[in-house]
Design a protein around this ligand. Sequence first.
Ligand code: PMP
Length: 361
Amino acid sequence: MSKVWNFSAGPAALPHEVLKQAQRELLDWNGSGMSVMEQSHRGKRFIAMAAEAEADLRELMAIPDDYAVLFLQGGATQHFAQIPMNLAGPEDSADYVVTGHWGEKAVREAAPYVRVNIAATGYGDGFRRLPPREGWALDPRAVYVHYTPNETIHGVEFGDVPDVGEVPLVADMSSSILSAPVDVARFGLIYAGAQKNIGPSGLVVMIVRRDLLARPGRPMARILRYAEHAGQDSMLNTPNTWGWYLAGLTFQWLKARGGVAAMAERNRAKAELLYRAIDGSGGFYANAIEPSARSRMNVPFTLHDSALDADFLKESEAAGLFALKGHKAVGGMRASLYNAVPLEAVQALVAFMRDFADRHG
Ligand code: PMP
C-alpha cells in the first residue's frame, strides 16, 4: 500500500515493490555486507548485476543483437546535444519533428552541432494535435530524423511509429519507454531519461543501432562518444551505479508482471478511465488535445474556472493525491500515469475529481 498516490511527471513514482526490495538490500546487497552504492563498478557482483539488467531490458523490449544498450548519464537534455555530435558531421543536416516543449528543447540544444530542419511542428496548433503526416517536409539527405513519441508537458503522443524511409529515426522516449511494446528495429536510436518509467534520475538508457556508432560525428572528447561507451560496456568512467541497480530491479518487476504488453493494457485502462472522467464532466474539466493524439502517460487538464485551481490542489493533496499541478508552460493540472501508478490510484483520482466537481460546480 502506498502512503500517497503520486502523479508526478518526473522524477516519478517507482514501483512500491522495487522500493521495498531496495530497502531490504540497502545495508547488505547480494551477500556483500555493503550497500550497492559502496562498491566498485569493476567488481564481480556489480558487473553481473549490470549485465543482467541489460539482458532483462533486451528481453522486455526484444532488442535485436545489432543494437547496443548503453547506461549513460547527463539526463536526456545532455543527449539532445550529444546525439548530433555523434551522428552528424559539421556540414550535415537533420530533420526534427516537433510536437511539444521537449522537441523544441531538443532543437535548441542540437542547433550548434547540426543544421536543423524543422520538418514538421505542431506549434501553430498550440501543440494540441500532431502535425498531419502529409505535410512533413522530410529531407532524404538528412542524417537522422528526431521526434518525441510522447510529449510529457503537452500530453501529446504518437499512436504509431512514423515511417521516415531509410533515414535513421531517433526517438526521445523519456516519458514513454516500456509503457507499450515498440518494434526497436524501426529506430536508429532510442534514448530515455530514467526518472519516469525506469528508475531514479541521473541515468539515461540508450538503445542504438551499432552501425550508427561507426559514424565519425565531429571531433569531441572521448567521454562524449557513444562508440567509446559501447566499447567499454558503459563503464568508460564510473557509471550511476545506484541508478543502474534500481533500473535492474524495475526491469525484474516488469518481467514478473507480464512485461511491456501487460503494462500497455494497464496503461490503456488507466488513461481511458481518466479521459472518460474529464470528457464526461459536463465541461467542468477539459483536455484540449485531439483525441487520437492524447497521451496515455501524461494527462493535462484544466478546470472550467482557473480560480478553483488552488482549491483543487489543496484538497487533492489532503486526499492523498500528489503532484497534480500542471507544468507552468500549459497551466492547469497534469496527472502522469507511468507504469508504477496503479489503476487504483486513477480510480481514487477520478472519484476525487467527481466529488470536487459536485461541490464546486
Ligand atoms: N525529454 C522528455 C520527453 C522529458 O519528459 C524530459 C524531462 N521531463 C526531458 C527530455 C529532459 O530530461 P532530463 O531532465 O533528464 O534532461
